[in-house]
Ligand binder design. Structure first.
Ligand code: GRF
Length: 230
């Protein structure tokens, strides 16, 4: 199975997927492409350092608009979709991707809109997004800090992370995996963040595996089992 991963930052969640690909945690799966909208994203280095190295691409909104006067944000989103669909992935994973992808993107990866000169994906390509909050709370950016502060103020009892399906409403798609992360009163944000990121690295692999298995279950050949059993 092939996945495309979109990043904007350090790529620690991408690293979790790199380390899991083609292992029992994520069998018969490889990352076909890593796309970043930030040139300085360390995740691009992680992809290049993988063995074998993972192809990368870079496409940022502002340079795209400057290079294409008259084009819009929706054109950018369609261009992102074009790059993704060309890889014919079974799944797109947004791992710390800090750009809200609009209908231009979703319509193309779901096959509703066909870009001229491009083959439409044979089936809608599922898209999942990692969000460092529990469903229904703290949508949008700086979710970690906002949830942490709300917990410290006693406004929420529970905090955590989730991976959800990407739909038009930001951070509102159906959750695929939800994981509560313990938080201590008066602990520093850094120690909570460290605990939360560790949870993310597990959840992003688990959610990727789950959605891939929905579409393409991994069938272990009988022969393999017989040999494996010896
Ligand atoms: C993660 O906390 C993710 O939830 C948020 O940005 C961070 C990305 O981290 N959207 P990394 O780039 O995967 O290290």
């Amino acid at each position: 199975r092939r996945i495309v991963v979109l990043i904007s930052g350090s790529g620690s969640n991408l690293q979790a997927l790199i380390d899991a690909q083609n292992t029992p945690r994520l069998p018969h799966t490889r990352i076909a492409l890593v796309l970043s909208n930030r040139k300085a994203a360390y995740g691009l280095t992680r992809a290049a350092n993988a063995s074998p190295p993972i192809r990368t691409a870079y496409l940022a909104l502002q340079p795209f608009l400057k290079a294409n006067p008259g084009k819009t944000r929706e054109d950018y989103d369609r261009e992102v979709a074009r790059i993704v669909v060309r890889e014919q992935p079974d799944l797109v994973v947004l791992a710390g991707w800090m750009h809200v992808l609009g209908e231009g993107f979703l319509d193309v990866v779901s096959g509703h809109t066909v870009l001229q000169g491009e083959p439409a994906p044979p089936t809608p390509i599922p898209v999942i997004n990692l969000h460092p909050a529990l469903p229904g709370a703290f949508d949008g950016t700086h979710a970690i800090e906002r949830a942490f502060e709300a917990y410290q103020r006693g406004e929420v009892e529970r905090v955590g992370v989730m991976v959800h399906r990407v739909i038009k409403e930001v951070d509102r798609g159906e959750p695929v995996v939800v994981r509560e992360v313990p938080c201590e009163k008066r602990e520093p944000l850094e120690s909570f963040e460290e605990r939360l990121h560790k949870a993310e690295w597990e959840v992003i692999v688990e959610a990727t595996r789950r959605v891939l298995d929905e579409a393409k279950p991994v069938r272990v050949s009988v022969e393999f089992l017989r040999v494996a059993r010896g």
